[in-house]
Structure formats: C-alpha cells, structure tokens
Design a protein. Sequence first.
Length: 164
Amino acid sequence: MSIIKDFSPSFLLQNRHIQTVYSTLFRKEIPLSFIKKEFLLSDGDFLQTYYHKTKNSRQNTPLVILFHGLTGSYKSPYIQGLMQELSQNGFDSVLMHFRGCGDKENLLPRSYHSGETGDALEFIHYLHNQSPQRTLYGVGYSLGANMLLKLLGEEKKNLFCKKL
C-alpha cells in the first residue's frame, strides 16, 4: 500500500511558473538505452517508437505508453525522466512518436493533431495483441494528453469495459 503525501515544493520553487521552467533548464541528461522500432500502420505509413525496458523485463511486465507534447520526442527530458522512474519501479515503457515527429520523413502527406486518435488506437491494439498478458497504461503530456483523453472518451467501452 502506498501513502500519498501532500506536495510541498522547496522554498526556491514556490512559484508554479518557476517549477515549469526549472526542469527544462536544469534537468541533467539521462543516459537511457532504447530499442527503436517502426510500427507499420494499416494505411501504409509508419510511426517511430522507442522502448525502454526494466532489467528484469518479462512478457507480463506492465507497459506504460507515453505520448509526447508538441515538438516532444524520446530526447525530451520529461520523457527520459519518466522512463527512468518507471523502469526503477518495475514498468517497461514505450514512447510513440506522432506521425511526422521522428527523424525520418513519413510516407504519406498526412500529419498529426491533438484530435487524431486513430494511430494511437492502432498502436495500443498492436501492443495488446503482442502481449495480451501485459497490463497497459497511458501517460500523455500536453498535446499527447489531449489526444489520450479524447481517445479514452471515444473508446471507453471498447478499451476499458472489457479485456482488449
């Protein structure tokens, strides 16, 4: 059982704006190892994905799917920080780059936006089919959070009222 404590920032980080900017400016680079994979979409295009696994990763290790914010990537400090924290707590993680956000140009003249949930849904179904015994979780930042929330609203009965 975990105990939830009230958040109490340090004296120098009392202001919410300073808290937001601080980690961007002063967070140290985290050396993580990634497994980079291209996920092929049903329309013939692809998404780049970056997996980070725990030391003792197994087929049933819980997996957290991360959705970055606008201009985010696997290089973003907030993504790397969360992946490291998840790994230390027994979770595998994967970052799904939105269409066109990787280091390779996409094949179709189509981009992503905060309301585009089809690619993420297809990726989630793929992950579930690859390892149905895994528990899947999702975390989104900014634009990615908006997309994830929209997806959850659209698919609540299909994704969460029964096993995928």
